[in-house]
Design a protein around this ligand. Structure first.
Ligand code: 13P
Ligand code: SF4
Length: 391
């Protein structure tokens, strides 16, 4: 199969079926200046009652999160979506791949709505199914495909999850990547297994090296824009982890220099970061974990303690507001909000809820039946992994 280059369409205009979200943004949005948006959202939600279940990822804006029935990281939200089979409408305040996972895990009678279709994920867009199939063909040619178990981070399109399901692999999230890797290596005779980790090289490397004890030299990076991923057959044969060359455009911007600077200027500061950050940031941090882990850590922290947090800014601001007795700062002043998470704003939420009240179901995220079947296999393998408190 040939690879597809990503066209650069302006967000919210046009349509691009080759990328994870597409970018069409239909409908008449209320203006952001409307002073009645909060009342309108409240009234629409009340009118819908149990018909609607609103899920909110921790990186969503405050103006949106106030209307979420449940909040969580991507692992918790996938489980929460599956736990409400009675609600015909699931409004997903998060990004496209999360809404796809919710569609896969909910019943056929339920519809999943993403208030703005331009809320995709640049990391998910860094691995296209054609590129992944090309990579798999190269592993076959190198004679190692039988040793490889593909694991994809939740932050990937449904067709890549389906690819993993079809090829004996699974999905993981930042809460359970270590358990997923342990499971994957356990699928092959001792010492022979390899993992193709998609699409976040940083989560893959950090988990393999820091939690599984795999050497850095045993991790290679597959670059989908270079012939044979930029790797020789020997490099592939010697590797334990084949990391896809993808990253989060938010977490990938935190730098080792900002950690060093904070340590030099804030006495006793604790550095707490998400595992999507680069290896040199994670190795300098005191604690590393998913968004749920970050929240629990701050909740349990001593009053007066100092924290610098490396994750999305909406969450860090909310934690700082909720814990005025602790000194909480953002790890790097140059890092921005996640622009796609922030596409979901109050006007889009009001528009989605009011459309439902009017009997129209907008922006339905629907994964085709065959993709669903195999993606569900990969997601179910993840949900069946031995449980433990999210890290
Ligand atoms: P988690 O929700 O798994 O912590 O992932 C963070 C993220 O970047 C979601 O887009
Ligand atoms: Fe994607 Fe990063 Fe935004 Fe999460 S924070 S949606 S991984 S770009």
């Amino acid at each position: 199969m040939t690879t597809v280059d990503l066209p650069l369409l302006p967000l919210g205009r046009g349509s691009d079926p080759a990328t994870e979200p597409g970018v069409e943004c239909p409908g008449d949005l209320p203006p952001a200046s409307d002073p009645h948006l909060v009342e309108r959202a409240r009234a629409a939600k009340e009118a819908l009652g149990d018909q609607v279940f609103v899920l909110g990822h921790h990186y969503q804006r405050d103006e949106v999160i106030q209307f979420a029935d449940v909040t969580g990281d991507s692992f918790k939200l996938a489980r929460d979506a599956a736990g409400r089979p009675d609600a015909p409408y699931i409004v997903f305040c998060g990004v496209h791949f999360m809404a796809e996972s919710a569609d896969i895990l909910t019943t056929d009678a339920q519809q999943v709505i993403l208030p703005d279709l331009a809320a995709g994920c640049s990391m998910a867009d860094m691995a296209l199914i054609g590129q992944v199939e090309d990579a798999w063909d190269a592993l076959v040619d190198a004679g190692i495909a039988d040793d490889v178990v593909p694991i994809t981070y939740m932050n990937s399109s449904a067709d890549i999850k389906a690819f993993c399901g079809r090829n004996g692999g699974a999905v993981c999230t930042s809460s359970n990547a270590d358990v997923a890797l342990e499971w994957a290596f356990g699928q092959r005779p001792e010492g022979t297994g390899k993992v193709l980790f998609l699409p976040d090289q940083h989560l893959g490397r950090n988990t393999a090296v820091l939690q599984m004890g795999i050497a850095l030299e045993e991790c290679v990076v597959w670059n989908p824009h270079r012939p044979n991923g930029g790797l020789t057959a020997e490099e592939l044969r010697n590797a334990k982890m084949i990391l896809w060359k993808g990253h989060c455009s938010v977490h990938g911007r935190f730098s080792a220099e900002s950690v060093d600077q904070l340590r030099a200027t804030v006495p006793g500061v604790n550095i707490l970061v998400h595992p999507e950050c680069r290896h040199e940031v994670v190795t300098r941090a005191d604690l590393v974990g998913s968004t749920e882990f970050i929240i629990r850590t701050i909740e349990a922290a001593e009053p007066g303690s100092s924290w610098a947090i490396g994750t999305e800014l909406n969450l860090v601001k909310r934690l700082a507001d909720a814990h005025p007795d602790k000194n909480i700062s953002f790890l790097d002043r140059t890092v921005c909000y996640c622009s796609t998470m922030n596409r979901i704003d109050l006007p889009h939420l009001v528009w989605a809820l009011e459309s439902l009240v009017a009997g129209q179901v907008p922006n339905v995220i629907s994964v085709d039946a065959e993709t669903q079947e195999w993606a569900r296999v990969a997601l179910q393998r993840m949900l069946d992994l031995p449980g433990r408190t999210a890290r």
